[in-house]
Design a protein. Structure first.
Length: 234
C-alpha cells in the first residue's frame, strides 16, 4: 500500500480515516492536527530533541508547534493554509518519531488532549464577531461531514481553545450556553467517560459518531470527542 506521505499533492487535506490508516503510533489526530507527546527525561534532553526536530522541519520548510517542559516535549502538526493534515504532516511526523526514538524519548500519545469551547446560539453571525474581536481570534469556515460548513474561531498562536458555534432554536434562553468539547485519543475516551460517570456524571447522549454528551449532577454539559466526531470529508 502506498503511503499518503508518498503522494505528489501536499496541499490535499487528508480525511481522518486516511490519517488513521497511516499507522503513526506516536501520534493522535485531534481536531485538525496531529499531536504527539514525549517523555525526554530532563529539560536538556527535551531542548536537544527540539533542535533535531527544528532541523528536520526546516529541511522540509514545515513549521510544527513545539511545547517544551522539564522532561517533556509536545508536538503539533498541521498545514495551516489548508486547515488540516496533509502528506507533509504525515512525512514529518514519521521523521519526528524516528528522532525521538534515537534520542531515547518515550512516546505518550494517550495524554494528548485538545480543549474546545462550544457556544449554543440561534444567531451565530450575531455573536461570532464579538468573540473573535474580544479574544483576538481568526475566523474560519470549516467544511464538515455532509458538505455543510461551520464557523470556527481559532487562536492564531494555537495556545488557547478554539471556539465553535452549535446552532440552537430561537426562543427561551437555555440554562447553559457554553460547554466544553474534550478531544481525546480513541484508546483513552472510553475510560475517561467511565471515570467521569463514576465521579457523579450522567450520560446524556451517545448517538453521534465519535461524540458522547455528559453532564454533571447539576446538568452542566460537556462532550467527549474522538477523531471520528465532526470530521471533514476527504
Amino acid at each position: 500500500m502506498t503511503s499518503v506521505s508518498d503522494q505528489t499533492d501536499p496541499q490535499r487535506r487528508l480525511a481522518a480515516h486516511e490519517v488513521a490508516a497511516e499507522g503513526l503510533d506516536d501520534w493522535r489526530l485531534l481536531f485538525d492536527r496531529l499531536h504527539a507527546s514525549y517523555d525526554t527525561g530532563d529539560l536538556g534532553a527535551a531542548v536537544a530533541l527540539v533542535a533535531e526536530v527544528a532541523r528536520a522541519a526546516g529541511a522540509r520548510e514545515h513549521h510544527p508547534d513545539l511545547d517544551v517542559r522539564s522532561g517533556r516535549l509536545d508536538v503539533r502538526l498541521t498545514t495551516h493554509d489548508v486547515g488540516g493534515v496533509t502528506s507533509h504532516d504525515v512525512a514529518l511526523a514519521r521523521r519526528i518519531s524516528e528522532l525521538a526514538r534515537d534520542a531515547g524519548a518515550t512516546p505518550r500519545p494517550e495524554r494528548t488532549v485538545v480543549l474546545e469551547l462550544a457556544l449554543d446560539t440561534p444567531d451565530v453571525d450575531g455573536v461570532a464577531s464579538f468573540w473573535a474581536t474580544l479574544l483576538g481570534y481568526d475566523t474560519a469556515e470549516v467544511e464538515v461531514t455532509g458538505g455543510a460548513t461551520e464557523l470556527e474561531l481559532r487562536d492564531p498562536a494555537a495556545r488557547r481553545p478554539s471556539i465553535w458555534f452549535q446552532e440552537s432554536e430561537d426562543g427561551e434562553v437555555p440554562s447553559q450556553r457554553w460547554h466544553l468539547d474534550v478531544w481525546l485519543p480513541d484508546e483513552v475516551a472510553d475510560d475517561r467517560v467511565a471515570a467521569a460517570l463514576e465521579a457523579g456524571g450522567t450520560l446524556v447522549d451517545d448517538t453521534a459518531p465519535g461524540c458522547r454528551v455528559l453532564a454533571d449532577h447539576q446538568g452542566n454539559r460537556a462532550c467527549v470527542v474522538t477523531w471520528q466526531g465532526r470530521q471533514p470529508p476527504g
